[in-house]
Design a protein around this ligand. Structure first.
Ligand SMILES: [Cu+2]
Length: 124
């Protein structure tokens, strides 16, 4: 039974190393469709699993998830979530990048914020 404990410990380690999941979905605000959350913060070198959802009723049957700086361009159909794992390049310039929709010019983009991680609070 000792080996079972070891296997469980290893599985836990693997789980911790999994990419961080960020859910992005369409939302109607006033007359416009937005990608929300409106701001997503990531760190250079971080691995992110985007889960992109379009569950709005009415309007367009699909939207686009377009992040040119990460070479992402994906069609997202209603009620069919798309999953996309990307690594934020270690050398990506810190700053703000649009996450838009390549199908609809009026679709309001969200903002990808690439920033350095906050210093570990335990170190202070
Ligand atoms: Cu759209």
């Amino acid at each position: 039974m000792k080996s079972l404990g070891l296997v469980l410990a290893l599985l836990t380690t693997v789980t911790l190393a999994a990419p961080r999941e960020i859910v992005i979905s369409t939302e109607k605000i006033g007359e416009s469709v937005h990608w929300v959350p409106q701001r997503v913060e990531v760190f250079p070198g971080e691995e992110i699993k985007f889960v992109i959802k379009h569950e709005l009723q009415g309007g367009f049957d699909f939207h686009g998830f377009f992040v040119p700086q990460l070479k992402i361009q994906k069609q997202v159909n209603r009620n069919k979530a798309e999953e996309l794992t990307v690594k934020i390049p270690k050398k990506m310039k810190l700053g703000e990048y649009p996450m838009g929709c390549h199908f609809h010019p009026k679709h309001v983009p969200a903002t990808l914020v690439v920033k350095t991680p906050a210093p570990d609070s335990k170190a202070n």
